[in-house]
Design a protein around this ligand. Sequence first.
Ligand code: CP
Length: 310
Amino acid sequence: MKSHNLITMDDVSVDDIDTILETAHSFKEVNERAIKKLPTLRGFTVINVFLEPSTRTRTSFEIAGKRLGADVINFSASSSATEKGESLADTAATLDAMACDIAIVRSKFSGAPAILARRMNAHIINGGDGMHQHPTQTLLDLFTLKEHLGKIKGKRVGIVGDISHSRVAGSLAPGLKMMGAEPIFIAPPTFLPAVPEVLGAEVSYSLDEVINDLDVVYLLRIQGERADGTAVPSMREYSALYGMNRARMDRLPEHAIVMHPGPMNRGIEISADVADDPRSVVLDQVSAGVAIRMAIMYLMMGGDQNGAAA
Ligand code: CP
């Protein structure tokens, strides 16, 4: 891989992405076997540094590491010395002194994984930092999109909702552009970054105006923990204008899919029946998360694409 760490989508080349997706394909097959364990990372130590809540990312990294035979340690803010005022830099130096090989970092602070990367020899993987990026989410999204639509290039992907507070959008838009897809931000102006074009996406203020022409509707949760609640006048109005419901599902092209990084807020950005519709691939994204994270750690530690599932 191009870089020692995976902190932003700039750390991977198009060739790296192709290799990660191909390797994840082999690991997906491993994950469908009765016995899912491989010895490829035996002797390596993976530490999950999760300083903000997570269900999917933390669990899938833990499963991925264990399926590859690594020793996996979970580190959370509430059970660590960060609660006693230890700085992030000192925490990083402490973890590095224990000779771990890969550290996955989730933090509410944009830039936290980059701070750890300066103090640690371990490979650092960004598990989502503040409003910045979530690159492993983007890679699993690219994998899921390709699995369902056959290719990524040329696909029109509507990214709908709270773009300005979303680290998922922060890495998804550049990731789609790298792979030749066409991301479109669909949101009220108050949910858009000041200069949305920086992320390489078109902009629309109306889901109804563009829905007939989308291959993917990618829904985002309103980031209540990062938004101050004044961006939209009411949740009911937001849901009426930007929520994915049955009427909009009927206008979506037949082949198109609905994606969501989770956690979903049913009844706001997605209706319950759309969430459970066969064209909603949310749980496929979760499954892909394990295979993609296996692939990233395996390749980071020098694994070869052809030997992935051997
Ligand atoms: N998609 C995602 O990052 O989910 P978690 O917050 O549960 O990890």
